[in-house]
Design a binder for this molecule. Structure first.
Ligand code: PMT
Length: 404
């Protein structure tokens, strides 16, 4: 697979040379693209020697290690590179490049490549702590996260500027594993069978009407796709959605809570991890009508009864399996999530406040806090549901090792 490694102008640029070597160990073909300021910190020749390839340094000129003169081909090279790569990684990524990506500025090769490529993009920021914490930088990162850019958060520690705090380029291993994950090369869930529920359930009132909710299935399907990519055998029990099942997963379509319960309980014993992202109806009509109910003039009352609580049932027979539930809340999020964690016998509850913009139902992003049994609470920023899925799976794997 081919990746373009964008190197931008920060002290950590020298670490990109080590990163090239590490990525090559994964058999990745690395094309280095340097910004003008990156060349103040490290020379293109270093990367040309490491990769054996021309380093792209600007839009119209020739690259290091090449005898090409500027020509029409070099002027449209960003399109050719954009089409041939499987990933664009920028490490280190300065505050400046994050701002340019977020705002669609295309004033050099790297920024133009970012706009021109359909390949996934990952950035590993590195900068001074005040620049990192500045609301402008955080807002730009938020924009990029929402657009699906994978952000490898910087480490905290002593920085080159003499200050201490967040802003140090993430470790080479962390960046390499993020790359492998995005490219589908990370198989850390191989050997696990993961049962995931997704979407809404529907409870019939009569043959033409039913009770349901606003779940699109996106959260559960993102989990299924991520788990599948990371090597797990995935069983996806799904209520009615418009989504196509990710390739390679065992897809079990259901409609009602009873059908979901039966499908889940039948497969629970063979699963090592269960994640219940489905928005299950809590109530159903006591007596669904066999014929379409006729309109009358009087008020109509439909008697409802509680549905079986599938998560609690699984919690009572958990064994060494990892059990993860969700909590969709509109108020008192933390209190409700902690109460659900205890009441349902789960190892972890993923809580989302579904009133927040960019969180909950039918969005491509989510804002969640992970509540763990050992009292840890991990609040994640707004990110794509695909990234949320990976963070949940990281935690699931950690719990799996603890439960073994
Ligand atoms: O599908 P999307 O549009 O992407 O939206 C994602 C989501 C908002 C549906 C998802 O992030 C989410 O919060 N899912 C859980 C919704 C829910 O039903 O929450 P709850 O707090 O009502 O239920 C708590 C847990 O118990 C859930 O894991 C649920 O699956 C489970 N449950 C609930 C009722 C029931 N009868 N049986 C259950 O197993």
């Amino acid at each position: 697979m081919r990746i373009a490694l964008g190197v931008t102008g920060g002290v950590a640029a020298y670490k990109a040379a080590e990163l090239v070597r590490r990525l090559q160990q994964e058999k990745l073909d690395v094309q280095v693209v340097m910004t003008r300021s990156a060349r103040e910190f490290i020379t293109p020749l270093t990367f040309a020697a490491l990769t054996g390839q021309k380093v792209i340094t600007d839009m119209f000129g020739a690259g290091a290690g090449s005898s090409d003169a500027p020509n029409v081909e070099s002027a449209i090279e960003h399109i050719a590179v954009a089409q041939r790569i499987d990933l664009l990684l920028v490490a280190p990524a300065t505050a400046d490049i994050l701002a340019k990506f977020a705002h669609g500025v295309a004033d050099d090769f790297l920024t133009t490549l970012y706009l021109a490529t359909k390949a996934p993009v990952a950035v590993a920021p590195a900068m001074n702590v005040n620049m990192w914490e500045h609301p402008a930088t955080q807002a730009n990162l938020q924009t990029l996260r929402e657009r699906g850019v994978h952000v490898v958060d910087p480490d905290e520690g002593y920085l080159a500027c003499g200050m201490t705090g967040a802003g140090r380029l993430a470790g080479i291993e962390t960046i390499a594993s993020a790359v492998c994950r995005v490219l589908g090369l990370q198989r850390d869930l191989a050997g696990e069978t993961i049962l995931i529920t997704a979407g809404p359930t529907a409870e019939d009132i009569d043959p033409v009407r039913f009770l349901t909710n606003r779940s699109s299935g996106k959260m559960g399907y993102s989990l299924a796709a991520a788990a599948q990519r990371r090597g797990a055998h995935v069983i996806l029990v799904s209520g009615p959605t418009d989504l196509a099942a990710p390739e390679g997963v065992d897809w079990v379509p259901v409609r009602t809570t009873s059908e979901m319960r039966a499908a889940v309980l039948e497969r629970a014993a063979d699963s090592s991890i269960i994640i219940k992202a489905a928005a299950v109806s809590d109530y159903r009509p006591v007596s669904p009508q066999a014929q379409k109910m006729k309109r009358g003039t009087a008020n109509l009352t439909i008697e409802l009864e509680p549905t079986p609580d599938i998560l609690s049932e699984l919690g009572r027979n958990k064994g060494s399996r990892v059990l993860i539930g969700f909590a969709a809340e509109t108020e008192h999020v933390a209190e409700s999530a902690r109460a659900k964690l205890a009441r349902k016998g789960a190892d972890m509850i993923v809580a989302n406040d579904v009133t927040q913009q960019g969180a909950g139902f039918d969005t491509d992003t989510n804002i969640v806090t992970l509540f763990l049994n050992d009292s840890r609470e991990i609040a994640l920023p707004k990110m794509s549901k695909s990234d949320v899925a990976d963070r949940i799976l990281d935690q699931a794997l950690e719990l799996r090792h603890q439960n073994k």
